[in-house]
Design a protein around this ligand. Sequence first.
Ligand SMILES: Cc1cc2nc3c(=O)[nH]c(=O)nc-3n(C[C@H](O)[C@H](O)[C@H](O)COP(=O)(O)O)c2cc1C
Length: 206
Amino acid sequence: MNFSDLARERHSVRHYTPGLTISDAELEAIFADVALSPSSFNLQPWQFVVVRDPARRQALKNLAFYQQQVEDCAAAIIVCGKLNAHVDTVRIYADAPAPMREKFVPMIPGVYEGQPGLQREEAVRGGSLAAMTLMYAAKARGWDTGPMIGFEADKVATFVNLDANTVPVMIVVIGKALNGQQPQRLYRRPLSEIVHYETLDGRTPA
Ligand SMILES: Cc1cc2nc3c(=O)[nH]c(=O)nc-3n(C[C@H](O)[C@H](O)[C@H](O)COP(=O)(O)O)c2cc1C
């Protein structure tokens, strides 16, 4: 499937065929694509907690304002961001070309240390980009997904044992749409409203 078709076929699915399972192998094929997502300084500040156990998904649903898709999906993936991904700078750059390593290794810790606002922004930015890759990678393999921010973040963090340096960014549910039925594509703002050449008040597409 080419990318335009993939973009058009991905929908936020809320009604899933209950009782389906997704294997480790299928998940790990998807996550191998997700791991290729871009991130600031290549710090890859993402973590994924896969909740598959049916009883745990039912409990998680209660922390997600009773959104039924959490119970009916095959897996609810808690996409998280790491606030301290920069502590791995030396390891991440170990195999990088020497000029790159010599430039970035001394620089990166200083960018993030003592900057909780920036750490959080990067965790959410990185987690969000990874979540988008996850949704497309899943769709390319025949799985439907739904991104969700409607959940009690603190309770979900406790539910999946997040540590103090790991924040939930969003939940992505994955499964198969009930009866294969895809939701209607909702309104999209026209390009003339969202694209601006050179400045925000510049020319827009026709
Ligand atoms: C960050 C984020 C959070 C969302 N949270 C929820 C949610 O909690 N529950 C839900 O049913 N849909 C949620 N959605 C799905 C949006 O409603 C959906 O993406 C939007 O209406 C456009 O529909 P589409 O994804 O099918 O194109 C969320 C989407 C994003 C990107």
